[in-house]
Every structure is written in structure tokens, then in C-alpha cells.
Design a protein around this ligand. Structure first.
Ligand SMILES: NC(=O)c1ccc[n+]([C@@H]2O[C@H](COP(=O)([O-])OP(=O)(O)OC[C@H]3O[C@@H](n4cnc5c(N)ncnc54)[C@H](OP(=O)(O)O)[C@@H]3O)[C@@H](O)[C@H]2O)c1
Length: 294
């Protein structure tokens, strides 16, 4: 098996390259300065020269707020380029593993979202990612799309690092308590993707192509997630002063982009097809919080 990993400087892409290396996989990885995913010709040339057995796309335009001001850029990276990549993969009969988001949903459902539930994104980023899912499905048959949520990794910007910085600089802060979702460790997304790649490689007649949810459990609010980060950082003495964290509704926290109130994902499909279990976000926070302090 030979992997081509695109976007190796992102939270997930970095973990993918790191784990592929440590597991001794044959792989080639490109970051945004080596390969711009919007350069259709260069993407084709790269796939042709690397000649991978599986392509993994970890590139994305992920700035949810900025996407409201420049949706065309979000669509260029998250949809047009993904369609082009899927077309190339299809022509060369190479399976494509792509990553999508809980933000394809509007969050009004009660309970857990299944892969087949109605999509209805409520911000520009979510619309661009949904267009990317559609572009994959329209251009190739052999694809796995992993829909994930609330990603945090040791490499890159994320909520965990933002909270740690705020705990250091503030004595009190407010955090949203009515948006519920599954924080997902980037390292667990990478492990899941590499496991999927191995299954695809070992199963020539694989037929369960399509969308798979993958997230951390237990689902929590941002406020509960912040409290966990705080407790771990106090326990490890990374933060040595008291910080008062107060819950507030999303309606009191003004943002350009609306976000779904419910992002809880049902993980039964990925368990039954690939035997992959939920990301254990709490263990990563409890055991490795020091890696997030910058
Ligand atoms: N972050 C989340 O909370 C979250 C939640 C749900 C789903 N997801 C999805 O999970 C996947 C991985 O997200 P992540 O958190 O790892 O994102 P990330 O850290 O923002 O990484 C995305 C990577 O894509 C690269 N990129 C952007 N535009 C590019 C272009 N034109 N050509 C080549 N590379 C380009 C970026 O390059 P630079 O390094 O130059 O910026 C960055 O390294 C994405 O599909 C995302 O939509 C993320």
C-alpha cells in the first residue's frame, strides 16, 4: 500500500504523516506550500508521479468565521478542488479518503445524527464542506468520507490551546453551554483513517463506500469541555491560579457564523464496518495536557 497524504501541516494531516512514519507505511505527504489543492494540474501531476494506492485529503479551508466573508475561497478549497481530486482518483481507480464535518447539519435534531440524516448547513463553511461531500460522490465511486467534529490536536490552533491561554491571562471567562458535540482528538482521526486505509487495501471487493461519522465521546458542551481542560491543567499544575468559568448561552456570544446547537454523531456505522470506536478525548486531555501549552 502506498499513501498520498494531502495537507500534512494541518491538525489531522500532521498526525497522519507522523503515524504513517511511525507505523512504517510507504507514503508521500504534501503541505500547502508543496501542493496547493486548488492547482488542478499540479494535483493531477502529483497523483500521477506518486502513483498511490490510496489518497487521503486532509486539506481544508477551516476558518468558520472568515468563511462568512469569503465564501468563494472556502468553496474553492472545500468543494471545487475536492471534486477535481475525486475525478482524478476515479480515472485512476484510486480510493479517496476525505474528511467532512458535523457542520453539514443544522443542529435542530434531538438525539444523535446518523450519516443518512437530512443535511442543512447553517453557515458558509458548512455549505462549502457539504458541497465537497457532494463533489466527491458525484465524481468517484470508491470513497470514504469521515464526518468529524470539534477537532483538537497537539499541532495547530484549537479550542484546547485557546482555553489554556485564557486560563493564564484571565481570572474569569464565559463559555457556551448550549452547543453540544463530541471533541475529537486529531491523533484518533489519523488512527481511524489509517485503519480504514488498511481495510480498503486488504479488501479488494470492499463495497461499503460512503459517509462515516467519527467523533469523541462523551458528547459535552463547550463549557463542559473547558471545565475538563481546566481541571487537567490545574492537576498537572500548568495553571496555578483559580479561574472562574461561567456558562452562557450561544445567543450571548456574538459570532458571524451560526453554529449547530446539537452536533452529536451516531457512531454505529464506523463501528460495524471498520470496528473503529469513538475518540477518547478525555484521556488525551487528562494524560497529555502539557503538550497543548505553548
Ligand atoms: N478543526 C475542526 O474543528 C474540524 C471540525 C470538523 C471537521 N473538520 C475537518 O477535518 C479536516 C481536518 O481539519 P484540521 O482541523 O486538521 O484543519 P487545519 O488544521 O486547518 O488543516 C487544514 C490544512 O489544509 C491546508 N490547506 C488550506 N488550503 C489549502 C490549499 N489551497 N492547498 C493545500 N492545502 C491547503 C492548510 O494549510 P496551511 O497549513 O498553510 O494553513 C492546513 O494545513 C478538514 O476537512 C476539516 O474540515 C475540522
Amino acid at each position: 500500500m502506498k499513501l498520498l497524504i494531502l495537507g500534512s501541516n494541518g491538525q489531522v494531516g500532521h498526525c497522519l504523516a507522523e503515524q504513517a512514519e511511525s507505523k512504517g507505511f510507504d507514503f508521500s505527504a504534501t503541505n500547502s506550500s508543496q501542493l496547493d489543492i486548488t492547482d488542478f494540474q499540479k494535483v493531477r501531476q502529483t497523483v500521477e508521479s506518486v502513483n498511490p494506492t490510496i489518497v487521503i485529503n486532509a486539506t481544508a479551508y477551516t476558518n468558520v468565521e472568515k468563511a462568512e466573508d469569503e465564501p468563494e475561497k472556502a468553496f474553492e478549497v472545500n468543494s471545487d478542488s475536492v471534486g477535481n481530486l475525486a475525478r482524478i482518483c476515479s480515472q485512476k481507480n484510486i480510493p479517496l479518503i476525505h474528511i467532512s464535518t458535523d457542520y453539514v447539519f443544522d443542529g435542530t435534531r434531538e438525539g444523535y445524527y446518523k450519516e443518512t440524516d437530512t443535511v442543512n448547513p447553517i453557515n458558509a463553511y458548512g455549505r462549502s464542506k457539504l458541497a465537497g461531500e457532494t463533489a466527491v460522490a458525484e465524481n468517484t465511486d470508491k470513497y470514504v468520507i469521515l464526518r468529524t467534529s470539534w477537532v483538537f490536536g497537539r499541532h495547530g490552533k484549537n479550542f484546547v490551546k485557546t482555553m489554556l491561554n485564557l486560563f493564564r491571562s484571565r481570572d474569569e471567562l464565559t463559555v457556551i453551554n448550549d452547543q453540544i458535540g463530541g471533541p475529537t482528538f486529531a491523533g484518533d482521526i489519523a488512527s481511524a483513517i489509517l485503519k480504514i486505509a488498511e481495510v480498503l487495501d486488504d479488501t479488494p471487493d470492499f463495497s461499503e463506500w460512503g459517509i462515516f461519522n467519527f467523533s469523541g465521546k462523551e458528547d459535552v458542551s463547550w463549557y463542559e469541555f473547558a471545565k475538563s481542560i481546566y481541571e487537567s491543567s490545574r492537576k498537572e499544575q500548568l495553571i496555578t491560579k483559580d479561574v472562574s468559568i461561567r456558562p452562557i448561552p450561544a445567543s450571548m456570544f456574538k459570532t458571524k457564523a451560526a453554529r449547530p446547537l446539537n452536533s452529536k454523531l451516531d457512531l454505529s456505522r464506523i463501528k460495524s464496518v471498520f470496528n473503529i470506536s469513538a475518540s477518547d478525548w478525555k484521556s488525551e486531555i487528562d494524560n497529555n495536557i502539557e503538550y497543548y501549552l505553548q
